[in-house]
Design a protein around this ligand. Structure first.
Ligand code: GAL
Length: 681
């Protein structure tokens, strides 16, 4: 990269000679433009860093003024530049790009030198003219250019650093960098060839509902499954491990499952609870949105289900194959496959041309031993503009049950219009009222209670996933409207900022998590994700370990969001660690909270059914944490304990917590996920 512009070699020699003649050193000050550096190391809340164009590829424009050079990014953004004392000054103009006209973004630009704030723009809005900044950098080794979300979330925050340049001493190059390691590494050991039973240890079903539970195990195939004390009414297919049938009595059954292959035999208990509550452990599966978005089709859903089985993920408890938005017809799309009547003459919802046979699709997925989910909105339109359930809730619940669906995600979307009294079928006014907090509590609860009640009346168990982004403290009432899980946050993206901010916001809802009622911090962003245009997750490997560890500690629904046909070894390693999954699926159903914070290290603790504790040493900082830990009592851990590293599936220490310390080395943006057991295994 050529970091020096407008200076010829003879010019440089001349300047150096002149400096020598004058007995001075610094006459050769140079200009290094920001856009001459490698900007790909920047982290940002959306999209990728762009040079000399806006984030969307237009001419950079701030309050009507255009610029040719600069760095376009999206809040929350950070770019680190190693100046090593070689830069004297940084100057730039900053502002929000006009391309987001019609929205209300706000940001704050900040400049840090060696960790100290040197300059800040104050909160800027769209239409504010470009602000000039000029900071002295003499002696500074590390400069960070930051764009915050201005305090109103990072929606539409297209931010421009224009005419941005460093003045350096002498002929030099400057380097950008990202302190987080980028080489993937595998921690999950390969499963043994002997059978090992995996997945949920407790399963809830309602009396009279069709029963379907897949006994899952790792180990060589063929494998033969059996069960002792299986209640009357249920039968187990010894080849597939699928248990089907019906229970009629409200009761708890303790069943012993076995799996046998040429190498050995394994046993494990399964508690079947026939009662009111389902989803006794957090739902695990896949959802089409983070991968296909509006491009979803029955073929893609089938392929995802096939891949769930073929990749072996099915053997670790992954169950649901969930279709998100765009399975039915759209109000005004130009895509012919999304156009057609919204409902038939009887008001029954009509799937679009890509989903010709919903019942056939559900049967296919069930045949693999998996379950299937669907999506709708309580408003007239889904978030993407397809028909919602408003006014047809009862019929829709009946239709989903008739097709054989096991899961419904019900997304607030245009319900804001209903509250505001806009015409129910107004095609163009799907407002962003979804973020207004939902107004009165009754208003917020009403549409979910309505659908929750109808689902409950169906002759099959349908997991009810409430999606309204965490408004009106949904965790306090989500269970009372029939919800089995509820989103606690806006949509996740595959950026560090998104995962971090969501993670840091989960503690307040934690006390409300319990079997049948789960807080949902949104779907997983590992593997190839991209909302219709996939790319490998932008999260660094350690960030992905942290993401999966935290979602397990949170007892969150685990919904893979990636292209299931592009699963690489690293992603499979993240999704097939049974000891990590066991933390998520623990029957006690507690959600971890952060018990202690030491600098950027946050320590999360989850109580487990067997009396042990899962502990996540989570490093949210950009530097490695290398320490001797001794505050065990704070974590509720006493006496002699065995410490097990869950990712490596290995006991790593036996310690007396009264007298001994534990050495912890946590990568930047990474995690150690340990289990502390009093007594031996
Ligand atoms: C959003 C929801 C996403 C996805 C999308 C579909 O409101 O949070 O998870 O379902 O709608 O349009």
């Amino acid at each position: 990269m050529n970091a020096i512009k407008n200076i010829t070699l003879t010019g440089i020699i001349g300047l150096v000679l002149l400096a020598g003649l004058c007995g001075m050193q610094d006459l050769s000050a140079q200009t290094v433009w920001l856009d001459e550096l490698d900007l790909s190391t920047a982290t940002q809340g959306y999209g990728v860093p762009v040079k000399n164009k806006s984030l969307d590829g237009n001419t950079m424009t701030i309050a009507g003024q255009t610029f040719e050079r600069g760095f376009a990014t999206h809040a929350v953004s950070s770019l680190l530049v190693l100046t090593e004392g070689k830069a004297n000054a940084f100057t730039a103009k900053v502002g929000l790009d006009d391309e987001m006209k019609g929205h209300e973004p706000a940001v704050e630009f900040e400049i840090y030198g060696d960790g100290n704030k040197l300059w800040s723009s104050g909160v800027m809005h769209l239409g504010d003219s470009a602000k000039e900044c000029s900071v002295a950098l003499t002696g500074i080794k590390k400069v960070e250019l930051v764009v915050t979300d201005g305090g109103n979330g990072n929606y539409y925050d297209h931010a421009d650093w224009v005419d941005a340049k460093f003045e350096t001493t002498g002929v030099t190059t400057l380097k950008t960098y990202n302190p987080i390691a980028s080489e993937p590494y595998i921690l999950t050991p390969k499963p043994s060839d002997k059978p090992r039973l995996t997945g949920a240890k407790v399963f809830g079903v309602r009396p009279g509902s069709p029963f379907q539970f897949l006994v899952t195990a790792t180990g060589d195939r063929p494998m033969e499954f059996s069960a002792q004390k299986l209640p009357k009414g249920l039968k187990l297919n010894p080849q597939t491990g699928i248990i089907t049938g019906k229970l009629h009595e409200k009761r708890t059954y303790e069943v012993t499952l076995s799996a046998k292959n040429a190498k050995g035999k394994a046993e494990r208990k399964l508690r079947i609870v026939c009662g009111d509550q389902i989803a006794l452990t957090p739902p695990m599966g896949w959802n089409s949105w983070n991968c296909f978005a509006q491009e979803v089709s029955a073929e893609k859903v089938k392929s995802a289900a096939d891949a769930m089985a073929k990749s072996g993920l099915i053997n670790h408890g992954w169950t649901y194959i969930n279709i998100d938005d765009f399975w039915n017809n759209h109000r005004d799309s130009e895509d012919a496959s999304l156009r057609g009547e919204l409902r038939d003459a009887n008001g029954k919802i009509v799937p679009n041309k890509r989903f010709e046979d919903m019942k056939g699709l559900a049967d296919y997925v069930h045949g693999l031993g998996l379950k299937i989910g669907l999506y709708s909105s309580p408003g007239p339109w889904s978030c993407g503009g397809c028909a919602g359930s408003f006014g047809f809730e009862e019929l829709d619940a009946e239709t989903y049950a008739e097709w054989g669906f096991d899961y419904l995600k019900y997304d607030w979307c245009s319900y804001g219009n209903v509250i505001d009294g806009l015409p129910d079928n107004d095609p163009y006014k799907v407002s962003s009222l979804s973020y207004n907090g939902g107004g009165e509590l009754n208003t917020a609860m009403k549409p979910f209670k309505l659908m929750g009640d109808y689902l409950r009346e169906q002759p099959r168990d349908i997991v009810f996933s409430v999606c309204q982004y965490g408004m009106s403290d949904v965790w306090k009432w989500g269970g009372s409207v029939g919800g089995n899980c509820w989103r606690t946050t806006n949509d996740i993206t595959d950026t560090w900022v998104s995962v971090k901010n969501i993670a840091l916001d989960q503690d307040k809802s934690a006390p409300y998590a319990k079997p049948g009622n789960w807080n949902d911090p949104d779907m997983l962003v590992v593997g190839h994700v991209g909302w219709g245009n996939t790319h490998p997750s932008k999260l660094k490997p350690d960030e992905q370990y942290l993401h999966i560890s935290l979602w397990s500690l949170f007892a969150a629904p685990l919904l893979i969001g990636c292209d299931m046909e592009k699963l690489d070894d690293f992603t499979l390693n993240l999704l097939t660690n049974d000891e990590v999954i066991d933390v998520n699926q623990d029957p006690l159903g507690k959600q971890a909270t952060c018990i202690q914070t030491i600098g950027d290290l946050r320590i999360y603790v989850k109580e487990l059914e067997d009396g042990s504790r899962a502990v996540g040493f989570c490093n949210f900082g950009a530097e490695i944490v290398d320490a001797q830990y001794s505050d065990f009592e704070k974590l509720g851990i006493k006496g002699n304990v065995t410490v097990r590293d869950l990712w490596r599936q290995k006991d790593i220490a036996e310690i007396d917590t009264n007298t001994q310390k534990l050495a912890i080395k946590v990568p930047a943006h990474g995690v150690l996920l340990y289990k502390f057991n009093s007594g031996k295994y």
